[in-house]
Write a protein that binds this ligand. Structure first.
Ligand code: OSB
Ligand code: MG
Length: 377
């Protein structure tokens, strides 16, 4: 359902941006690289009546998409924030329109919009979940498992997550680390809900290898081809029994509609950062629901800020598959919020407090801050 009542305007006075370096509990390897420290930008919107927090989910290098930390920092401080401050008083649903003249940079826009949503909803005493249309008080929790040293190590890592209670396993694959890794997990754990994510590592020439995955009864294969391979994904989907799910390709509600119309995806991963914000994410959800296309909530190794927002989003009715909304401890020993998301019976609770429903731990935040700037009106 579209959002019925927009959040109120806030009187903007400035924005604080911080680059954080959060050490990961273990290295995270995908087809595009290995991370040991999560570099991310945290946003604080400063208003006449309070503050609000957001997160820009770019990584240090443009490997998942074209966005990256210093690019987001530059565009936010030089163009996006000044445009918002020139308006003075802004409601969250106006942010996308104000920033529309600036092409792309969706993660940067999403982080700023989230900070305004948090600020506005805190003032109104409404939770982000209520605002977006959440219909559940907790969401089933899946886990994204990076490529390990070998299939045996992968099996042991997956075993640990299953023991913790995660209800769905996603493993990362790349050429040469696909069929054997998937077979090892399927053989070790029988009929667990299992899916794979290629992060664009294949081409249509690999269709034969990808079809070998059909025998593992996967929930889906995520983003086998490049971001702009929208026609090739449709061609590939016809050759696979495994449902094709798109992540990187879905950069907006329009892109989602096009992918569905072309038959490029039968499942969609929704990430607010990738589509330019939580409000656009709800629009993607709504159109997928109208088209009976199942969606699930993706993740970008969020801090407690984005993790709380993702739990709220994943509680919308069209999110019929478990998302990558895992406990904070999956990635971090110490989060920057006072009550990090925990796993309870394979689920993560949807916060109910005003705005994001989580509070920042200022000491923990300072400890991982490596760069800070304040841009004022
Ligand atoms: O493709 O879903 C992805 C992390 C960084 C960049 C891209 C992806 C991921 C993940 C992790 O798979 C999901 C999570 O945050 O748990
Ligand atoms: Mg993905």
């Amino acid at each position: 359902m579209p959002i019925a009542r927009p959040a109120a305007s806030v009187a903007l006075e400035g924005f604080e941006l911080r680059v954080l370096h959060l050490p990961l509990v273990s290295p995270f390897t995908t087809s595009f690289g290995t991370e040991t420290v999560r570099e991310v930008i945290v946003v604080r919107a400063m208003t006449a009546d309070g503050e609000g927090w957001g997160e820009i989910v770019t990584q240090d290098a443009p490997l998942y998409s074209s966005e990256y930390t210093q690019g987001a920092w530059d565009v936010a401080t030089r163009f996006l924030i000044p445009a918002l401050l020139r308006r003075g008083t802004v409601a969250p649903h106006e942010v996308a329109g104000i920033l529309e003249p600036f092409i792309g940079h969706r993660m940067a826009k999403a982080g700023l919009e989230l900070a305004l949503l948090d600020a506005a909803l805190r003032l109104e005493g409404r939770s982000l979940g209520d605002h977006l249309g959440a219909v559940r008080d907790r969401v089933p929790s899946g886990v994204s498992v990076g490529i390990q040293r070998d299939p045996a190590a992968l099996v042991e890592t997956v075993r640990g997550y299953l023991d913790e209670g995660y209800v769905r396993i996603k493993i990362k694959i790349k050429p040469g680390r696909d069929v054997d890794d998937t077979a090892a997990v399927r053989d070790a754990f029988g009929g667990i809900p299992l899916q794979v994510d290629a992060n664009s590592a294949y081409t249509l020439a690999d269709a034969g290898t990808l079809a070998e995955l059909d025998r593992f009864d996967l929930l889906l294969i995520e983003q086998p081809l490049q971001e702009d391979d929208i026609v090739d994904h449709a061609t590939l989907a016809k050759q696979l029994r495994t449902p094709v799910c798109l992540d990187e390709s879905i950069v907006s509600a329009k892109a989602a509609a096009d992918a569905i119309a072309l038959g490029s995806a039968s499942v969609i991963n929704i990430k607010a950062g990738r589509v330019g914000g939580y409000l656009e994410a709800v629009r993607v959800h709504d159109l997928c629901r109208d088209a009976s296309v199942p969606v699930w909530c993706g993740g970008m190794l969020e801090t407690g800020i984005g993790r709380a927002a993702n739990a709220a989003l994943a509680a919308l009715p069209g999110f019929t598959l478990p998302g990558d909304v895992s406990a904070s401890s999956r990635f971090y020993r110490r989060d920057i919020v006072t009550e990090p998301a925990v796993l309870e019976d394979g689920h993560v609770r949807v916060p109910t407090g005003p705005g994001l429903g989580v509070e920042i731990d200022p000491v923990a935040l300072d400890e991982v801050t490596v760069e800070k700037v304040v841009v004022r009106s």
